[in-house]
Unconditional design. Structure first.
Length: 694
């Protein structure tokens, strides 16, 4: 073949080959373009990124700012990029995307490698930029496939067109999952190191950046050794990028991490869990569970950490003493609140909080209050105009029951004191007088007073109610007594001072609570003076004496199943309960014994630094009259007796009130009543109410 023909043939072959290659290239480009177009048509709208509102973490604080708990669906606190220090940003960029500020959202070499690995069924390669990771987190899922990788790349390029690098980095650092339930760098900083992201050191920043690759594996709370390996890797990458020197990296690696688990070994759950779980329950009641778990609320509670610690120690001490002294009680509860504001300053719902003991006896358990309930009976009587000097016969009495039987209330010592004043009857906690008084005042009226004073539990209208047969909570009793401590004004108890939403707007403000005028200041003062006698020489003496003006009442139930002491000073109201969860009886456990001692132990320590002062005397409402059996007595103005110091109530003629001067000194009872006789709460034919078991 002539040389010219061979040349022409070669040209034709190369031309045809070039055409074929060109056509193949066009086909490939068209195919890729078609795929890109197909995936591009179904891409999410990235404008939603500007409106993205992640589920926020609700944080709960004590009154001094100490964080008590985080409540979340995803543990996250959003912080602006300006609050994230350079060392944290540099650690993440060096480890995850060292060309972040120079590329346009995609590492094409990484995509080719990932695609080839996927097509050849090799181990999938990542190579995602920070922008791609953000796109995946916001708009896609973690499915491993070529199609998702293409969508991720397209979204990343779109994001880079509309958002600045700093905007992208801020969103990334706030949504990335960093293990142990923490989303975002600030939540992770609190989770691992107990501090905000703005306080992180270089080694701590390296730990966080190292977690990203495999949070469930590299969390320092899961495997500290692997976490330290990742820390070293991140520090080396920062050296390569010129962010730090080799010497700085070595020094950082040698620094202690100061992990939360190192400072607080074994710390689990909430701080002061009895109070904190109650606060969370109230938040959910007010705002709903979704708002609490996802709303990013900032909750500032009334908890006084010092008092809470004192309360926990007092309860633990009391249960230990009950066991050591053979009383047979295994649980106790205490609530302390400020009467003028209703703030719950401390709450202890049991001797020990654990996975097996989370039941909060301070507000979830409903128990018979025994004679500690009598204050509502007596408050209704005093407020109706009966003076504390009114004389009632502590003598046997019977009441017909619906089943044809008779109920005869009595005290544990089966003795009678004869004619005694209401003041004396309350001081010595005499049951018959309380029942006669309830019969005269009316059960509906007593129930109304109890509820208005602060008891929220349902109450049954039977005469044994006067002796505490209906069940109430420890919080109920603290709330009820606070009305007397607050000069007749009731403020609902609250664990909160203030709650803000995620934008910082106040949505609940209990710092200036509304008060309800329940009884007059005069009635409250007279009741307080009677309850002071309980501590000074009644059923609370000597265990409830605390060396300052204080008022209180004991409560002991049938068969010693519940023992109470509820008392107050002008500054603080505290209710204490002692018993067993299974409602089993204790061994002669009187309210004036262990509960009064727990109360006194707490009050003495809690009020350290608070000067003692008297209860305010409302001179415009109360008259002090001399010449009475106790030397003097207090009367509501307008009810002072013309002569003597009061009247008498005969149980056979409840409406017949006679001057006290016409009544001789009461006869000496055959057996002197003990100051700690428990109440017979229910008729012998009636079953005691079942206990509230956790």
């Amino acid at each position: 073949m002539p040389k010219s023909k061979r040349r022409k043939r070669a040209v034709r072959i190369w031309r045809d080959l070039a055409i074929a290659v060109f056509m193949l290239a066009l086909f490939a480009i068209g195919t890729v373009a078609g795929m890109v177009a197909a995936y591009g048509r179904n891409l999410p709208d990235i404008s939603r990124m500007a409106d993205y509102q992640p589920a926020g973490t609700t944080r709960i604080y004590a009154r001094d700012g100490t964080q008590l708990a985080s409540v979340y669906k995803e543990n996250r606190v959003w912080v602006p990029l300006s609050r994230i220090p350079p060392v944290v940003r540099e650690a993440f960029i060096a480890n995850e995307d060292h060309n972040f500020y120079s590329h346009h959202g995609v590492d094409f070499g990484g995509i080719v490698r990932a695609g080839f690995a996927d097509l050849t069924h090799q181990q999938f390669q990542g190579a995602s930029t920070i922008t791609q990771q953000l796109a995946r987190r916001l708009f896609l899922n973690d499915q491993v496939s070529l199609s998702r990788k293409i969508q991720e790349a397209l979204l990343a390029m779109e994001i880079e067109r509309f958002y600045t690098k700093d905007e992208i980095l801020e969103r990334y650092l706030n949504i990335i999952y960093l293990g142990s339930g923490a989303y975002g760098v600030d939540a992770a900083a609190h989770t691992y190191f107990g501090r905000g992201v703005d306080k992180l050191t270089l080694p701590q920043a390296a730990i966080l950046a190292g977690v990203v690759a495999a949070p469930s594996v590299y969390s320092p709370l899961v495997n500290l050794g692997l976490a330290r390996d990742r820390e070293r890797h991140v520090l080396d990458r920062m050296v390569e990028q010129g962010d730090i020197t080799s010497d700085q990296a070595d020094a950082a690696y040698d620094e202690p991490l100061d992990l939360v688990s190192e400072r607080l070994p074994g710390l689990q759950g909430y701080r002061y869990p009895y109070f904190t779980t109650y606060a969370i329950a109230q938040l959910e009641h007010i705002f709903g569970a979704t708002a609490v778990e996802e709303g990013g609320l900032q909750v500032y509670t009334a908890l006084d950490e010092r008092m809470q610690v004192i309360a926990q120690e007092a309860v633990a001490w009391g249960v230990h003493q009950a066991i050591a002294e053979g009383i047979g009680a295994h649980q106790a509860a205490l609530v302390a609140l400020r009467p003028s504001t209703g703030e719950i300053l401390a709450m202890v719902g049991g001797a020990h909080f654990s996975l097996d003991n989370q039941f909060n006896r301070a507000w979830q358990a409903r128990r018979q209050p025994g004679s500690s309930f009598k204050i509502y009976d007596y408050t209704a009587a005093i407020d109706s105009g009966l003076p504390a000097s009114t004389i009632v016969n502590d003598t046997p009495v019977s009441y017909p029951m619906g089943d044809g039987t008779q109920w005869s209330p009595e005290d544990d010592d089966h003795s009678y004191m004869g004619a005694i004043t209401l003041r004396e009857a309350l001081t010595m906690s005499r049951n018959i007088v309380a029942v006669k008084l309830a019969d005269r005042i009316g059960l509906d009226r007593i129930i109304d007073y109890a509820h208005r004073m602060g008891v929220t539990s349902p109450l049954e209208a039977n005469l044994s109610l006067a002796l505490g047969s209906s069940v109430v909570t420890v919080l109920d009793q603290a709330s009820g007594y606070s009305t007397l401590a607050n000069q007749g004004l009731h403020v609902d108890p609250t664990p909160f001072r203030m709650v803000k939403d995620s934008l910082g707007t106040v949505i609940l403000d209990d710092r200036f609570p509304a008060a309800t005028d329940v009884v007059s200041a005069g009635t409250a003062y007279i009741m307080t003076s009677m309850l002071e006698d309980v501590i000074e020489h009644g059923t609370g003496y000597p265990n409830a004496v605390i060396g300052r003006p204080a008022a209180g009442k004991t409560g002991t139930t049938t068969d010693f199943r519940d023992a109470w002491f509820v008392g107050y000073t002008p500054d603080l109201v505290v209710a204490v309960w002692l018993g067993n969860d299974d409602y089993s009886r204790m061994n002669e456990s009187y309210g004036g014994n262990i509960p009064a001692r727990i109360w006194a132990k707490f009050m003495k320590a809690a009020l350290t630094g608070t000067p003692p002062h008297e209860f305010p005397f409302p001179a415009e409402e109360v008259a002090k009259v001399s010449g009475c059996r106790r030397g003097y007595e207090y009367f509501l103005k307008g009810t002072e007796p013309q002569s003597g110091c009061g009247g008498s109530i005969d149980e056979t003629q409840p409406d017949d009130v006679q001057p006290a001067a016409a009544i001789a000194e009461p006869p000496q009872p055959p057996v002197q009543a003990t100051p700690t006789s428990p109440a017979t709460l229910v008729p012998p034919t009636a079953e005691p109410p079942p206990s509230d078991e956790p």
